[in-house]
Design a protein around this ligand. Structure first.
Ligand code: ADP
Ligand code: MG
Length: 541
């Protein structure tokens, strides 16, 4: 955040200078009004019409400047928030896949909505107000140094008292605001879950439980908001009382000075007119500061959410390979609970491998390691003697395809879902469609490839969805294709045909994890491995 704010310093300086110009003209205008009053009451000699013309000119100059300042503030706010959100999204996209997957992604949704709302309301707007207040305060100080230093001193007392109140009060506010942000996360996550599980909830009569859980979570968020409002109102009430008392004292002093003849009538009006130049910025500062402190906790949380624990520097580009080797590889998700223990395995480029084994045996884990989602605890995956850890993700991901168990389809045309927004010729697209057994399906659609898929594939069947994923995996001509239970949701006839066409791909390494094994296809594989009891061993035929 603070790093982010740095980029806006030139804007903030410009805003500051702009405010200084406006404030200076306002001060001169106040002095003009004082002069006119003193001329009118014969306490000052001078030409009324000269002063009146000067005053009018100043007023005309001021008007467009004030409007311009307001427009500039609005523009700055819009741009700052836009950039900040943009940078946050960039940060999310830089997260390591495994670290991202470990968190509930509702947290990010909550940050992008609730927390950014807080940052706008309680950081950016007060930041602009702060600059505006400071320039006004300075112009107020200059004015009062000229007309009445005593009043300036009294006002300073007011500043100090209010800053002390702000600082003391901001500490519980900061804590509660951070807690509320956490509650919002929980609340957003719950709503996401309810909406995703809608049909389970309806068909199992879970409505009452959902209502009750929702009520509790929603209540917690609201209650926290209430506590924050209560503390804020309390602080502002004390500050207001402090202002009212100080104001009254100031009035009495000014009245007394006028009676005693220390100041002219014009000065009395000037002080009454300008006292807001001192008081208003102080009120503003004492309101802005606690708000800005309060958001500090959120900003910290936001930055934490983007941190990658693993920042290993990858150095090697991936182009092509001869062999992949598991070298005494050991892996566990959690300490001591080994999924693979001291495993050795060799896979050759262009060959086709089938990986089988009991459910929970670690088949998908083997693929996750090969896809660089996770790192081994010890041992290594070597690609032609280079550790996979050293290979740059971007270059590696370009040359591998994942056909995963959980398929995601964008709300877009079938074409875009196949190409993932990259350029392919129609020939390449239809070739992939053919190999994935999708030709008949696409031909049966009135809009063909331009048919829109809704809400992650609601308007197509599970089998069609997985065949789209297969075509997507085939289209980018990867060196390695990883399949994870891809055929599970297809009928055997279709599955066999697709498996056959995939196994016929030349110069492509296939690693197929599957519990669906077609006997007649077994000899099409160059190797079949069983993953079980922390080991990977060749299947005995
Ligand atoms: P398979 O694909 O053979 O069914 P997996 O490789 O998915 O098995 O899982 C192997 C074991 O690792 C299982 O016991 C599973 O519970 C555990 N596991 C899988 N993913 C994670 C994870 N992200 N965190 C912790 N344990 C996991
Ligand atoms: Mg699995």
């Amino acid at each position: 955040m603070y790093k982010h704010i740095k980029k806006f310093i030139p804007f903030l300086i410009f805003l500051g200078l702009f405010s200084v110009v406006v404030a200076t003209i306002e001060v001169i205008l106040s002095i003009q009004i004082k002069n006119i009053i003193d001329i009118a009451t014969n306490q000052l000699s001078g030409s009324f019409s000269d002063e009146a013309i000067k005053t009018l000119i100043l007023a005309f100059v001021l008007l467009p400047l004030v409007v311009g300042l307001a427009i500039f503030r609005g523009k700055f706010l819009k741009k700052a928030l836009e950039r900040y959100k943009h940078n946050y999204l960039n940060g999310i996209l830089k997260k390591n896949i495994n670290e991202f997957n470990q968190e509930n992604n509702a947290n990010y949704i909550s940050i992008m909505t609730n927390d950014f709302d807080q940052i706008e309301k309680n950081f950016l707007v007060p930041l602009i107000d702060l600059i505006h207040s400071l320039t006004n305060l300075i112009s107020g100080i200059v004015l009062f140094v000229i007309i009445s230093p005593i009043i300036l001193l009294i006002s300073f007392g007011l500043v100090i008292v209010n800053i002390i109140i702000s600082v003391i009060a901001s500490s519980p506010l900061k804590k509660h605001t951070k807690e509320r942000s956490k509650l919002f996360e929980d609340y957003t996550g719950y709503i996401k879950e309810v909406l995703s599980a809608f049909h389970i909830i309806k068909t199992n009569n879970l409505e009452d439980k959902v209502k009750q859980d929702f009520h509790e979570k929603s209540k917690l968020v609201q209650e926290k908001g209430y506590v924050i409002d209560k503390i804020s109102s309390f602080i502002f009430a004390i500050q207001n009382a402090n202002f009212t008392i100080t104001f009254l004292a100031l009035f009495l002093i000014v009245a007394f000075m006028s009676i005693e003849g220390f100041i002219s009538f014009g000065v009395v009006v000037l002080i009454i007119n300008s006292i807001e130049k001192l008081v208003w910025p102080i009120i503003n500062l004492s309101e802005s500061l606690p708000k800005m402190f309060m958001v500090g906790g959120i900003v910290k949380k936001l930055e934490e959410s983007l941190k990658n624990k693993d920042n290993y520097l990858e150095t090697v580009e991936f182009n092509d390979f001869e062999k992949i080797k598991f070298n005494n590889l050991t892996f566990s998700y959690e300490e001591d609970n080994y999924i693979l223990n001291d495993v050795n395995l060799e896979l050759e480029s262009g060959k086709k491998y089938l990986i089988i084994g009991p459910s929970g045996g670690g088949k998908s884990t083997v693929l996750r390691l090969l896809r660089k989602y996770f790192q081994p605890n010890s041992g290594d995956i070597l690609i032609d003697d280079v550790s996979l850890r050293d290979i740059k993700k971007e270059s590696y991901f370009q040359l591998i395809s994942n056909i995963e168990q959980n398929i995601f389809l964008f709300e877009d045309t079938i074409r875009n879902n196949l190409t993932l927004y990259k350029d392919y010729s129609d020939e390449e697209i239809y070739d992939a469609i053919e190999k994935a057994g999708l030709t008949d399906f696409i031909n049966s659609l009135p809009d063909g490839l331009e048919t829109i898929i809704y809400d992650n594939g609601k308007n197509i069947s599970g089998g069609e969805k997985s065949r789209i994923a297969i075509a997507r995996g085939l289209i980018n001509k990867s060196k390695i294709i990883f399949l994870d239970e891809t055929f599970a949701s297809l009928d055997p006839k279709k599955a066999k045909a697709i498996e056959k066409s995939i196994l016929a791909l030349k110069n492509v390494t296939i690693i197929n994890v599957s519990h669906v094994v077609f006997r007649e296809h077994q000899n099409l594989y160059d190797g079949i491995f069983v993953v079980n009891n922390q080991k990977i061993i060749p299947k005995e035929s």
